[in-house]
Design a protein around this ligand. Structure first.
Ligand SMILES: [Ca+2]
Ligand SMILES: [Ca+2]
Length: 117
């Protein structure tokens, strides 16, 4: 479980819950709520992972999420970024739920279910 709540980070925030960080692959949960960051990069690795990004304001570096292998759920709400990339990765039931966001350049790939916009 990774959480970053009510935080301001001038630089970039990078989180890797997968093998890239030397961790065992598993079903991971990450939540970023009410944060202001220069950029946010999140990689969830293998497993059925769940990530939530809510009320996050990202600077010029934008937000990049790679959910990796497994059937994952990413929820993004009420957030702002100049650019975003949301990748569901491998899986047969990756779900992206969105609402109330303001994004510039948008890259959405590898989701079986898209809910909201
Ligand atoms: Ca994982
Ligand atoms: Ca996946």
């Amino acid at each position: 479980m990774v959480q970053l709540l009510n935080s301001t980070v001038v630089g970039g925030v990078g989180v890797d819950t997968g093998a890239g960080a030397g961790l065992a692959d598993g079903n991971d949960t990450a939540a970023f709520v009410n944060d202001t960051v220069g950029s946010l990069g999140l990689s969830m690795g293998i497993g059925n992972d769940v990530a939530t990004i809510s009320s996050v304001r990202a600077g010029a570096g934008g937000i990049a999420v790679a959910m990796g292998d497994g059937d994952d759920i990413l929820t993004v709400a009420a957030s702002q970024a100049a650019a975003i990339a949301f990748d569901g990765g491998v899986g047969t039931n990756d779900r992206l739920i969105r609402g109330g966001n303001t994004f510039g350049a948008t890259a959405i790939a590898n989701w079986e279910q898209l809910i909201g916009s």
